[in-house]
Design a protein around this ligand. Sequence first.
Ligand code: FE2
Length: 326
Amino acid sequence: MAILGIESSAHTLGVGIVENGKVIANEKEMYPIGNAGVIPAKAADLHAENCKTVLKRALSAAKLSMKDIDGIGYTKGPGMGPCLRIGQLMAVTLAKEFSLPIAAVNHAAGHIEVARQAAKFRDPLVLYVSGGNSQILGFIDDPFRHYHVYGETFDIGIGNMLDNFAREAKLNPAWGSSVAKLAEGGRYIKMPYTVVGMDFTFTGLLTDSIDKLKSNSGKDVAYSLQETSFAMLCEAIERALLLTKKKELLLCGGVAQSKRLNEMLRAMAKPHGTAVYTAPNEYNADNGAMIAVVAELMLKNGMKEDPEKCGVNQKYRIDSVKIGWQ
Ligand code: FE2
């Protein structure tokens, strides 16, 4: 069974192919993020321009033609409306032309599932951290079979916080890693630290760090911003680990690539005997393969969508998704 997955929720148009759970292609084209960030309409135009090329590249990498494909998945949400629409149109067009079943996939479920399979974890607590998301999630084995959000940001995602700081500090794009680089050898300055139970907030910390740039070295501010925000995540996750008694911790999403965050989470998890796994970078960045992985599971479990009724949902939360395959 070969399944094609299309991801287009933000700056990346990705097309991946899986065959019986194994990723055999994962191609992408990205909208260049400059100081203006992602302009949804422009990114969507670029995705539309690139869709044929990226599809061709994925099929050629997998040494398959569309006639060998048995099903299609696309990102239903969350994400930017115009960008999501391109992936949905591409999926529906292909599904109709080749009479294929179609699955509407939640973006976060893609990041989690591809990482969970790579980790060979059964029931992990998940830290999903990216530009727009910062959530602590755990699977609940009840009749609805869903991910419960144990904790999340009250305002912006930690990735957006790092990106905004990087722009104010006039760093280069690849914002998160630019902040990490600047932070090397920095000294700690006290910053606002806000954790409420297992939830947290980042805007106060962002405003304070931008303000501190006026009278402190960028290095010290970058270091303190990273240490404070990552410590907030560690505190919230430790509380969730103790509450859920889960013994596996899975990190996924763009910010999961942070070396310092990994060090701090591993130091926190060690005394609890918790196994920690971070998804490979290829899957932390947005990609089509993760959508194909979930689509394959959904289609095997009869979770297919009528192509005429396929839509997108910019605010498609992971806790509203039935995880019918786990
Ligand atoms: Fe993502």
